[in-house]
Design a protein around this ligand. Structure first.
Ligand code: ADP
Length: 175
């Protein structure tokens, strides 16, 4: 599995699946969620509505999969990150669950290349370095269960981009 760190707008990326940092309503919001729905169009929204009417709201840490509508990718995996200022110490576990449950859907759908945004680090205010460590560690924990061709961390802001690069570099120096 190749881990790649890039700085980009995730809606421009052409991979098997991009992950959306959604909210529990799955009806779109601000940040990356807004960008995905805006560019992906009604097809994504309708698919989300169908999921909600069948199973209710998407809980924190859970994930669902839809078409990518007008986006260049094939699928969007929507996952709901934890809000840093809400709830107790389980926030780190809930963020890890976002990655684990997204990966589980990717495996089910035989997705080989997946791109993650920096879930919860925008409006949900999760500390960026801690979120990056959890993201990288959780993805690495799955490397023997399924052979992804590539897992891409798509950083939007420079702070996240630098954070991911630093962690990967430090890990390489240790091994
Ligand atoms: P959350 O509510 O989970 O914090 P946000 O969308 O507010 O979700 O932020 C999550 C991360 O997504 C932030 O690091 C933000 O910089 C980033 N982001 C915002 N727009 C985009 C985009 N178009 N592509 C990739 N990442 C984005």
């Amino acid at each position: 599995m190749k881990l790649k760190i890039i700085q980009a707008d995730i809606t421009t990326i052409k991979v098997d699946a991009i992950v959306n940092a959604a909210n529990s309503s799955l009806l779109g919001g601000s940040g990356v969620d807004g960008a995905i729905h805006r560019k992906g169009g009604l097809e994504i929204l309708n698919a989300c509505r169908a999921i909600i009417s069948k199973q209710g709201k998407c809980k924190v840490g859970e994930a669902v999969i839809t078409t990518a509508g007008n986006l260049p990718s094939q699928f969007v995996i929507h996952t709901v990150g934890p809000v840093w200022n809400q709830g107790g110490i389980e926030k780190e576990q809930l963020l890890a669950n976002c990655y684990t449950n997204s990966i589980a859907l990717a495996i089910e759908n035989e997705i080989k290349i997946i791109a993650f945004p920096n879930i919860s680090t925008g409006i949900y205010k999760f500390p960026k370095e801690l979120a990056a460590r959890i993201a990288i560690q959780t993805v690495r924990n799955h490397k023997d269960a399924y052979k992804f061709k590539e897992v891409i961390f798509v950083c939007f802001d420079l702070e996240n981009f630098e954070c991911y690069k630093k962690i990967i570099k430090n890990d390489e120096n240790k091994s």
